[in-house]
Design a protein around this ligand. Sequence first.
Ligand SMILES: Cc1cc2nc3c(=O)[nH]c(=O)nc-3n(C[C@H](O)[C@H](O)[C@H](O)COP(=O)(O)OP(=O)(O)OC[C@H]3O[C@@H](n4cnc5c(N)ncnc54)[C@H](O)[C@@H]3O)c2cc1C
Length: 379
Amino acid sequence: MGAPLLIVGTGMAGYGLLRALRHVDRRMAVCMVTADDAAAYAKFQLPGALARRRDAGELVLASVEQMAHRYDASILPRTRALRIDRARHILRTDTADLAYGQLVIATGAEPRRPASIRGTGVTSVLTVGSLAEYAYLRSELAGRRRVVVLGGGASGCEFADNLLRGGCDVTLLEPGSRLLGARLPALCSERVAGALHTAGVRLRLEDGIQRIEQGLDELEITTLSGARLNAEVVIAVLGSAPRVQLAADAGVDVGRGIVVDTRLCTSDPDIFALGECAEMGGRLFTLSDDIDAGARVLAGVLTGGHTQLRWQVRSLRLQLECCPTVLCEPPPIAGEWHETATARGVRALFHDFNGRLRGFVLVGEAVSDAHHLLSHIGH
Ligand SMILES: Cc1cc2nc3c(=O)[nH]c(=O)nc-3n(C[C@H](O)[C@H](O)[C@H](O)COP(=O)(O)OP(=O)(O)OC[C@H]3O[C@@H](n4cnc5c(N)ncnc54)[C@H](O)[C@@H]3O)c2cc1C
C-alpha cells in the first residue's frame, strides 16, 4: 500500500475533511497529526460557553479515540509538525518522520497578542483561540470577576457580552473610534455600543492598554489615555494570523495565508491547505461554513473528482444576546454605506458604484431582513 493521506491539524478544517472524505471513501488510508490533544469541539461555541460557565470538558464532542474509531483514521495527538521534506514526501514531526502520499495543512491561525504593551503583567494577557486556552481562561476566572477585554471587533464584543452574562464585571477597551471594526458603518457600531453599555459593559473607545503591572492580587493597568484600571483577568481579542510557517519553510507559496487554488491545492501539487491557515483568491477562510464547503470540495479532489470551490456570500450572526446583529461584510471595493435607523434597529446596506448590493449590517429588529438581503446580494 502507498503512503497515506496525511492531515496536519484536527480543528474544524482537519476533522471536517476527515468526515467529508469518509462520506465518499471508506478505504483511503488517512493519518492525522496535531499539536493538541485532538479532541473534537466547535470553536464558535467558546464565547457562549463562558456565559453558561461551561467547563472545557463539557464542550468536547468526541475524544481522539472516538474520532479515530468512528472515521477509521490513525490520529497522533500531541505531535507537532516541524518541517516538510517535499522531495522525499516526508513530514518531520517532534516524535517521528511520517511519509505522505498527499499532505493537507490545516494548522489554523494564531491569536494575535498585543505588541506594544509594557510591564510585568504582560505575560498574564490571555487569548482564546483553542479549547486548551478556553480551559485556562476558565481556571483563571475561578473566584474572580473583574475582566478587561482588549479589542472591540465582532469577537471582542461577543466575549464582553458573554463574560458579562457569565457574572463578570467587564471593561471593553477599543483603540479605534468605533466597535465592530473601522470598515463597518457608524450607526451600527453606536447601536451595539449602546446595547453593551446598557447591559453593563464599561466601554472605553479610543483607548487601549499602555502598561500592565502585576500587583499582589490583581493586574494594574494604565490605559493609553492615562487612566488607571485594576483587573483580575485581561483577555486580548485582536484577530488572528494564519499559521503559514510550515508551508513557507518548505518553499510553498504563501501570502497572508497559504495560497491555494479553487481545488485547495498549493503551489506543490501534492500539498493542499484548508481552514484558517489558507488563502484563496486573496481571501482568508474565516467562517466555519466556508471551511465546511472547502472540506467537501477537497474530499472530492483527493478522491479523484473535479470539484472546485467558489466563495459563497455568507452572513454571520454575532453571539450578542444584548443586541441581535448580523454582518455580511462587503469585499474590499469602493462603494457607499447607507444606514437607516429606527428606535428598534439599524439597517446598513453597502452598494458598489454600479449600485449593486455587496454587503450589509443589521442590528436589532432589522436582523429579520438577513435572509432576504442575502438572496439579493451580488459578490
Ligand atoms: C472564539 C471564536 C469564535 C468564533 N466564532 C465563529 C462563529 O460564530 N462563526 C463562524 O463561522 N466562525 C467562528 N469562528 C471561526 C472558526 O471557529 C474558525 O475559523 C475555525 O474553527 C478554524 O478551524 P481550523 O481547523 O482552520 O483551525 P483550528 O481549529 O485552530 O485547528 C488548527 C489545528 O492545527 C493544529 N496545529 C497547528 N499547528 C500545528 C503544527 N505545527 N503541528 C501539528 N498540529 C498543528 C492545532 O493543534 C489544531 O488541531 C470563531 C473563532 C473563534 C476563535
